[in-house]
Design a protein around this ligand. Structure first.
Ligand SMILES: [Zn+2]
Length: 483
């Protein structure tokens, strides 16, 4: 018998006892206090009614996903004809049709013909931007709307694309924390967020001080990290560490670790990677090194030295290739930009502004360098993979022409269909490993009894056709169905 069933039955027994033949002790006590028997009967019936309602509402919160092929996120053989019972926010039971009792009154959702899998993670998003090509204009015009319009809209778009957890790397502090908290309280829809708040760097670029904090000396670095920790960020985002002194870099990483915060570092230039590795950065972003065809030997050997030391934990890396890789395709086939999924939550005036800014995809300065960079990406990603880093799915979602509603599945698609990675490898880089990287794998990252019910489903075999992820049919986050 399922725990939900047992609980429901026990509750029913209790309710019968309350109004039952044998009057409980509290009834005779009430009589002693002089309460008339009719009043006591009324009280008993009210209590019975309340318990029955409680019982019914519990059942309403039980969902049964029945019939689909379950990919649980651990990498093993998928489970055919699966049944996943969800009670409230969590997964109660997993089994197969016929072997698992479906609690009476549960909401049954057929997943026949579908792949059922953990909700996706996107480990590199920018909720404060949404595809506009001119950052200076965007910040000046819309930064003030970050907390109430832009970030909530981005978050909702990610969630409906099957992204149930996301790491936001670089944003204004107060809006980042508040959007994350509002999502967690269930006030607005969105993925479970892990936010860094402002970038920590040598000096903010003009007009970006609200989401880029410069550091001047090691003490200042520690203070800034402490300030972020106190505000409640989930990680520290470090960039341009090759422009900082090594003392500053060490101070940032050390102070972050003292506050139990992982440090996510940029890896655009060789020196950024070397310094990051020396200081103990936990996760690197992007592939970097501009148009260089590959990582030089000294960097690869240093990465290997790091990945050889189990005591330091895994070295994570989010290569974020799809925006760059797909640029030329999008330029020549801009139809995907007309998909209105990215309009969700945005006022018409902002939609118009974004559309106008990307009306000539071939002329965007942001991507000027891209055709030269693209051929180097596959080699670099493979070098990292072979050097023992744990690759994570992340997209830089929000950069010009990259909308939150369409980014994440594209990264998996490039890994599998362009780089030839095993689909299960890509799926685990978007589910299991991100949860490990954020140290929340006890509760997230796989479809496992007891964990939060973050589950998505697509029609067909996702291990054969990874691009099915562009059309997610079901999104459940913490037991609540959003799609
Ligand atoms: Zn980024």
């Amino acid at each position: 018998m399922s725990a939900a069933g047992a609980w429901a039955r026990a509750l029913h027994r209790k309710a019968r006892y309350v109004i039952g033949i044998r009057s409980p002790v509290w009834c005779s006590n009430l009589i002693k206090f002089g309460l008339p028997k009719t009043k006591i009967m009324k009280l008993k019936y009210a209590l019975y009614l309340w318990m029955t309602l409680a019982h019914l509402s519990t059942l309403a919160q039980v969902k049964a996903l029945v019939g689909g092929t379950l990919i649980d996120g651990y990498g093993g053989k998928p489970l055919q004809n699966s049944v996943v019972i969800i009670e409230g926010e969590r997964i109660l039971k997993i089994g197969t049709v016929g072997s698992v009792e479906i609690p009476r009154g549960a909401e049954v959702i057929s997943t026949e013909g579908m792949s059922v899998m953990p909700g996706l993670w996107d480990m590199h998003v920018h909720l404060m931007i949404n595809g506009h090509s001119d950052y200076t204009h965007w910040d000046k015009t819309y930064l003030k709307l970050a907390g109430n319009v832009i970030m909530p809209s981005s978050a909702q778009q990610l969630l409906l694309a099957g992204v149930t957890s996301a790491r936001d790397l670089g944003g204004p502090l107060e809006p980042s924390i508040s959007v994350r908290n509002r999502i967690n309280k269930g006030e607005i829809p969105g993925p479970t967020l892990y936010v860094s708040g402002p970038f920590i760097q040598h000096e903010p670029y003009p007009g970006t001080a609200e989401f880029r904090w410069g550091v001047k000396g090691a003490d200042d670095a520690r203070n800034k990290v402490r300030q972020l920790a106190k505000a409640g960020v989930d990680c520290i985002k470090l960039i341009d560490q090759d422009e900082m002194t090594m003392d500053e870099v060490n101070a940032v990483v050390d102070e972050a670790h003292r506050n139990k915060l992982p440090v996510v570092g940029h890896s655009h230039r060789p020196e950024e990677i070397l310094r990051g590795l020396k200081a103990g950065v936990d996760c690197f972003e992007h592939t970097g090194l501009a148009a260089a065809p590959e990582y030089p030997d000294d960097i690869i050997s240093m990465i290997k030295e790091r990945t050889a030391q189990m005591s330091k934990g895994f070295l994570f890396w989010t290569p974020t290739v799809e925006g760059l890789y797909n640029y030329e395709y999008t330029r020549d086939n801009p139809e995907s930009l007309d998909n209105d999924s990215w309009h969700l939550g945005l006022p018409d005036s902002i939609i118009r502004d974004i559309r106008y800014s990307i009306r000539k995809p071939g002329e965007l300065g942001y991507f000027q360098f891209n055709p030269v960079r693209k051929p180097t990406l596959e080699k670099k990603v493979n070098q990292l993979k072979q050097a023992g880093v744990v690759l994570l799915i992340g997209t830089d979602s929000g950069i010009p022409m990259k909308f939150h509603s369409q980014s994440t599945w594209n990264e998996l698609d490039i890994w599998v269909n362009r780089f030839g990675f095993d689909p299960m490898y890509a799926i685990r880089a978007a589910t299991y490993w991100p949860a490990v990287a954020m140290k929340v794998d006890k509760d997230f990252g796989t479809v496992t009894e007891g964990k939060y019910a973050d589950i998505i489903a697509v029609k067909g075999d996702v291990l054969r056709h990874i691009s099915l992820l562009q059309d997610v049919k079901m999104v459940i986050k913490k037991g609540k169905r959003y799609k």
